[in-house]
Design a protein around this ligand. Structure first.
Ligand code: HEC
Length: 371
């Protein structure tokens, strides 16, 4: 039954119109049915918790995405689109294919969650019993201490510009040292059109080393315990910003001043992140611990996809990351949930030029904990 319903939906048989009540013949999996089968799931009881967990970071009305899914009447017109987006795996946006590494901060739905959303949407998206008070959406607030990097001058996006790509030098605020435990982006006025940001260190933006990436809806990113990112004091810092307007922002003018929050490292963070640009083919890196991978900028990965693997000293190959649909809006530093340990002699193998890998090396002296 599920399969048939899904097929009907994907082939466009389903026409949940703006109000979700347009009934098209041939819509149902059950040929005997003359009325749409009301989903057993209710919005507030079953669906809202899923949307809150997986979609609220972007779709809460104040966030960057154009659709508010946190209230029934706002979400209802989008029911059909929700089903399509989750079945086609476009939402939540997440690039890595299944079956490779496990990532921290992954944005994925499991099969049960997908089925629930689809069942609800094609079952006329019922509201079900509503709570007395509308539940609040938990904010992404953090109480970590932080200092700030600010733009040397604000970015202006004219009303005729529907896309913009801008790189600006950053000014170090009070308390920003040469090291950081992690970063967050604090959006400015143009939060609705800012698509991606990359913090770079170097002498110029184009050749700088990417230290931190931000994509829409992303909260703070902290390195694992004991590890810090370098913000070398002899290097300049830049923020590369990508903007794109949507149907609701076309024709508007923006002045934007996003900031980067820098979380200062505690003294027990003793191992610096090394950021390497790795060439296609095999590069010996062990002994080391891999933390994250950033796919190449602007890459067309081809049918095989962009792939990263480790090759052990015994030749054993372990896939770490594969991306077939590389949408650059969502290209971030993909951090492994468990940092990947590479023994001496082990290598990393990437498929395309321009991939960036973050790793830490064991201390030069003392016991080699990576073996
Ligand atoms: C990380 C941010 C993010 C998350 C999480 C996210 N979305 Fe989206 N969503 C977007 C953005 C941004 C757009 C606007 C289209 C675009 O630029 O890709 C969008 C667009 C949509 C649309 C409208 C598509 C259209 O027809 O134009 C729907 C429906 C949608 N999302 C549903 C969901 C659902 C359901 C979830 C959770 C299961 C979800 N999204 C999670 C960012 C997100």
């Amino acid at each position: 039954m599920k399969t048939l319903r899904r097929t009907a939906l994907l082939t466009g048989g389903l026409m949940l119109g703006a109000l979700g009540v347009v009934v098209v013949p041939g819509w149902f999996d059950d040929a005997a049915a003359h009325e749409p089968e009301l989903s057993r799931y209710g919005y507030w009881r079953d669906i809202r918790p899923l949307l809150e967990q997986h979609c609220a970071s972007c779709h809460s009305g104040i966030g960057p995405a154009p659709v508010n899914l946190m209230r029934y009447l706002d979400a209802l017109p989008w029911a059909n689109s929700i089903a399509r987006q989750v079945l086609e795996r476009k939402m939540p946006p997440w690039l890595p294919d299944d079956g490779t590494g496990l990532f921290a901060h992954a944005r994925t739905l499991d099969e049960r969650e997908t089925d629930m959303l689809v069942d609800w949407a094609i079952g006329l998206a019922p509201e079900g019993p509503a709570p007395a008070d509308e539940p609040e959406i938990p904010g992404a607030a953090t109480d970590l201490p932080m200092s700030r990097l600010t733009l040397s001058e604000p970015v202006r996006i004219g009303e005729m510009e529907s896309e913009a790509s801008v790189c600006r030098p950053l000014v170090r605020g009070e308390g920003v040292g040469a090291a950081a435990a992690g970063f967050a982006l604090i959006p400015g006025e143009a939060v609705s059109i800012l698509r991606r940001a990359v913090l770079l260190a170097g002498s110029e933006c184009a050749t700088g080393t990417p230290i931190f990436t931000w994509v829409v809806g992303q909260g703070p990113r902290l390195r694992p315990e004991g590890v810090f990112d370098r913000l070398p004091e002899d290097a300049d810092l830049f923020l590369h910003l990508s903007y794109r307007k949507g149907f609701d922002t076309e024709g508007l003018e923006f002045e934007d001043e996003p900031q980067v929050a820098v979380f200062p490292p505690l003294s027990d963070r003793t191992r610096p992140v090394e950021t390497l640009a790795v060439e296609p083919g095999t590069t010996a890196v062990g002994p080391a611990t891999l933390l994250s991978v950033l796919p190449p900028e602007g890459l067309d990965p081809g049918p095989e996809g962009f792939a990263v693997e480790t090759v052990g000293s015994d030749g054993a190959v372990t896939p770490l990351l594969r991306i077939r649909r590389l949408d650059s809006d969502w290209a971030e530093k993909f951090a492994f949930r468990e940092p990947v340990r590479l023994a001496a002699g082990a290598a990393i193998r990437v498929s395309h030029p321009g991939a960036i890998v973050d790793l830490v090396r064991p201390p030069a002296s003392g016991p080699d904990e990576d073996r």
